[in-house]
Design a protein around this ligand. Structure first.
Ligand SMILES: C[S@@+](CC[C@H](N)C(=O)[O-])C[C@H]1O[C@@H](n2cnc3c(N)ncnc32)[C@H](O)[C@@H]1O
Length: 326
């Protein structure tokens, strides 16, 4: 199986926001349950007022005008490639495509929206602890879907370990979001609850990152377009606890900055640790999908194609997928 995946960026691609609240609020914010929102804003009729707001717009720094979720989606995520990988891998292992997925740590539910867009039979449940982020996803991603697809995304405000065990074909935990569970016991509890949520033959998809650069305290800049640059900062890493603090900052072409737009505190787990915990949680098998190398000899980039591998390579920085079978 050769699934072509364009990672939005290296490990530094997607950051999950660590939220360690014990409070569990299960609130359905599916379109039917969500409060009505106006998609349109009334524009002022007066010419002078419009002119005034135009002037204001220019004088307000870009950092104050830009939306951090929008910037995150543009710089971190590659949901088309991610859903390609999930569909192709599911097809290859199970001989059919998945029709119901659960996107854990869904944030703005961008992947769920990409999934339901593809087929009328596709449904997705997005789970996240942070209601404002879910609201943003509802207003900007779910409401941008064709009307017939909107009802096929359900957003649930809950802890991923507590969400109801509705049986799904696949659970997704992407952009390393599950690294927020810092003790083995917590991670195994989460993996067990994922396993219980999977239908017979269900698959659990997650990504992982590492390489010797992952342990460095450093900053990496990437220009996304003419307007802004994305900065991934590994601010602190403790070799004793394995815990790291990371930030995403955005810098704009007018010189303004949105510092610490997102913050993450993670344990930098290794692949063998993750696989051992999956086995302990009862998964029958886990497979690592490792990225191939670019054919261009001068390039040190991956080729975006992830295939089952038993060894990998000692790259300075890598991202891979792990697929666990119920
Ligand atoms: C940066 S987002 C990841 C978004 C998306 N999955 C992606 O691939 O980019 C991480 C999300 O995990 C959520 N989160 C953290 N702990 C959680 C938990 N225990 N249960 C549910 N969501 C959680 C945060 O609110 C945050 O929105």
């Amino acid at each position: 199986m050769r699934a072509k995946v364009e990672t939005a960026q290296a490990p530094k691609s997607s950051k999950s926001r660590a939220t360690d609240s014990d409070e569990v609020v299960v609130r359905d914010v599916s379109p039917a349950a969500a409060s009505p929102r106006s998609a349109k804003k009334k524009t002022g009729g007066k010419k002078s007022a419009r002119k005034k707001s135009g002037t204001l717009k220019k004088s307000v720094p870009m950092a104050a005008r830009m939306d951090r979720h929008d910037l995150y989606q543009k710089s971190v995520q590659g949901v088309e490639a991610e859903i390609d990988f999930i569909e192709e891998t599911f097809q290859s292992l199970r001989g059919r495509k998945p029709t119901l997925i659960r996107e854990d740590f869904c944030g703005t539910a961008n992947s769920s929206c990409e999934f339901v867009k593809r087929r009328r039979t596709n449904h997705a449940i997005g789970v996240d602890l942070d209601q404002p982020t879910l609201d943003w996803g509802y207003e900007n991603n779910v409401m941008s879907l064709p009307p017939s697809a909107r009802d096929r995304v359900r957003l649930v405000n809950a802890d991923v370990r507590e969400v109801s065990k509705e049986r799904v074909d696949a659970v997704l935990a992407m952009n390393f979001s599950y690294y927020i569970f810092m003790q083995r016991s917590m991670m195994i509890e989460y993996f067990r609850s994922v396993r219980e949520s999977l239908a017979e033959g269900g698959l659990f998809f997650m990504d992982a990152y590492g390489g010797y650069e992952a342990y460095k305290e450093c900053r990496e800049k990437r220009k996304i377009d003419k307007n802004f640059t994305y900065i991934w900062e590994q601010a602190k890493y403790s070799p004793i606890t394995g815990i790291m603090d990371c930030f995403i900052h955005f810098h704009f072409s007018d010189g303004s900055k949105m510092n610490r737009a997102f913050s993450y505190t993670w344990r930098l787990w290794t692949i063998p640790e993750i696989r051992e915990m999956l086995a302990e949680a009862g998964f029958a098998r886990s497979t690592v999908y490792w990225e191939g190398e670019d054919e261009d000899e001068d390039s040190d980039e991956g080729n975006g194609i992830f295939e089952p591998d038993e060894e990998g390579t000692a790259d300075p920085s890598w991202v891979c997928y792990i697929v666990a079978e119920k």
